[in-house]
Design a protein around this ligand. Sequence first.
Ligand code: ZN
Length: 367
Amino acid sequence: MTTGFVFHERYLWHDTRSAALWMPWDGGYAQPGEHAENAETKRRFRNLLDVTELMDHLVSIKPRMATEDEILRFHTRDYHDRIKRESAENGGNGGETTPFGPGSYEIALLSAGGTIAATDAVLDRAVRNAYALVRPPGHHAEADRGRGFCLFGNVAIAAMHARAARGVGRVATVDWDVHHGNGTQKAFYDNADVLTISIHQDNNYPAYSGGLEERGEGKGEGYNINIPLPPGAGHGAYVAAFERVVLPALERFKPELIFVPSGFDGSVYDPLGRQMAHSGTYRAMTQLIMQAAQTLCDGRLVLSHEGGYSAAYVPFCGLAVMEELTGVASGVEDPFLRPIMAMTGHDLYPHQETIIAVAAELAAQVS
Ligand code: ZN
């Protein structure tokens, strides 16, 4: 059994316009330049898979465009139609900090459809697990608006597809992007059949979103778990969050399929996060989620790319994930790991442990 990989050159053609990081130029003094969410991190990630020859061990899965009906399982008709119309004209803005150029509607369909294609390949047993290197990202998008560079909720839409069209019952999502997976959370907030977990930097983006107290509502109460790690959290905190919260929650929930909205902006070099994860952290989290998937759902695991804004470092975090998914060592060392390990902050510290302990109590209530 092998690992599937979704990619399309068109993902790199989605135009996020100029900005200072993410701030559009308004005629003031923040000099416009390349938007933080640009094609380069994704292009370099894929390029590193090429030059390390890990690509030779991946099964290419061709993305397709999601259908309108698939998009509308999550998004409102008004929102979908507006994005389609603005994209056909001159581009626009999905809502909150989600600029896009002409043609981005079709690319966003291909991004959601790529995650669906990865899901189908895993469910068909054509591959054991899969990574969808898609763009634009999806986990901030809400039913009626784009947010945080995300137009359509790729993982939410793929999870809805798995349940509605493929007969999958219980689905879990484990979001390790440094920002809160608010869109995925909202998509299933009142649903007890979808367990949504997000490990993120406390109150980074969106503002005032992703607290411990957001636990789901109605039938879904208890089936949403947030682990808002304080700024500065590194390897020790991430691994502890997995071992003490994510894995126990998954074991109790017993999913039939696991998704990972996979952002690499928790890395120490990321401009939009203040965490200290490194390639070894993403490697460890991949090992742990694979073990859980193996025990609970015959290994069925789909990762879909989200954030990650260090063009130099995202590829090495991504390579570590792909090595674990495939079980193939490329033999290429992360050249940044030695200087990173010389820094302080990789242990689990008491102020982080306090947060993880509260989240662990919530995980113990999942049934
Ligand atoms: Zn992010």
